[in-house]
Design a binder for this molecule. Structure first.
Ligand SMILES: Cc1cc2nc3c(=O)[nH]c(=O)nc-3n(C[C@H](O)[C@H](O)[C@H](O)COP(=O)(O)OP(=O)(O)OC[C@H]3O[C@@H](n4cnc5c(N)ncnc54)[C@H](O)[C@@H]3O)c2cc1C
Length: 278
């Protein structure tokens, strides 16, 4: 069997952190399984987190009104993107599995990782208007968000003080990863790592190692199939009227985002759904 490649995009400042330990577990376990493992250690690389015209080599198409999305798309097509972006894009192209390892910051990813997303997932390279979601560019790749929190699990339940964890996961997992076509595997969440006993942390790391043993065989999370939508400007990229009618009878919305004014499907962004036929 051809060797698999895993890319770990890692965003923590300290080699003594729990995030570093989770990264190391993944590197060890996947290497033992025969993967080629590539780590992008964003702080160690001093990775640029801001999308600016410095990312474009050579003349801008419209210097009088700089638009990052358009200029970076042209630069990607013409081989004029900055080297650090091109290097990360090569790693993604090679990867069968991409693991994002980070501490939750403000219900999201640290700025340096958001910068990686902004700069590396260039229009044309990672998506285009006709290559999105089910028809996306990275449909042959799997991705996992693996992150730590300060909060306890109960705080992120629908009746917990922070609200339902499925909601902050939606923009990351659907808006970024699924948008680019990735098969998104269930997130690996290490709850409240700084406030639990050492034995619990050890158990969490062992659980991560055990999960990685069969990771590529995991069933991805369920998202709304693209075929449910009229993907045209005329149709407004909205649910087909027939589908909308059919869904009226369902007790839950389709996803966290496509809630249709109904209850959110439980665990939509945290667990693969057993009923999904894929
Ligand atoms: C700007 C900012 C925004 C934040 N926003 C949020 C938010 O929105 N929601 C939220 O929940 N939290 C938030 N936090 C908290 C943050 O998510 C946590 O501090 C972080 O997830 C903890 O992970 P860590 O790797 O830094 O832990 P660390 O503090 O590095 O590690 C935790 C413990 O694990 C130990 N450890 C290290 N290696 C190992 C090992 N091999 N085995 C066992 N134990 C080990 C460490 O010694 C330490 O005792 C925020 C923090 C910041 C700074």
């Amino acid at each position: 069997m051809a060797q698999k490649t895993a890319l770990i995009v890692y965003a923590h400042q300290s080699p003594a952190s729990f995030n570093a330990a989770a990264r190391d577990v993944a590197v060890q376990e996947l290497t033992e399984q025969g993967y080629k493992v590539i780590v992008s250690d964003l702080y160690a690389m001093n990775f640029t987190a801001i999308a600016t015209q410095d990312d474009i080599i050579g003349d801008l198409k419209k210097p009088e009104h700089f638009r990052y999305g358009e200029e970076s798309m042209h630069a990607w097509k013409e081989g004029r993107l900055r080297d650090d972006i091109v290097a990360e894009q090569r790693k993604i192209k090679e990867a069968d599995l991409v693991i994002f390892q980070f501490p939750m910051y403000w219900f999201s990813v640290p700025a340096i990782l958001k910068g990686w997303i902004d700069r590396v997932l260039t229009h044309g390279f990672a998506y285009s208007l006709d290559k999105l979601y089910d028809n996306g560019i990275f449909t042959d790749k799997k991705a996992i968000l693996s992150f730590t929190t300060g909060a306890m699990h109960t705080m992120f339940q629908p009746d917990g003080v922070h609200g339902d964890i499925n909601i902050p996961l939606w923009p990351l997992q659907s808006g970024i990863l699924r948008f680019c076509g990735f098969q998104v595997l269930a997130p690996q969440i290490f709850w409240s790592v700084a406030h639990c006993p050492p034995s619990v942390r050890t158990t969490m790391l062992e659980g991560w190692r055990a999960r990685l043993k069969g990771v590529l065989a995991e069933k991805p999370l369920t998202f709304a199939p693209s075929e449910l939508f009229d993907l045209s400007f005329q149709g407004g990229f909205m649910l087909k009227p027939k589908v909308r009618e059919e869904l009226k009878l369902q007790p839950y919305g389709i996803t966290v985002g496509h809630h249709l004014g109904k209850a959110l499907p439980p665990d939509n962004q945290t667990k693969a759904q057993p009923t999904d036929g894929k």
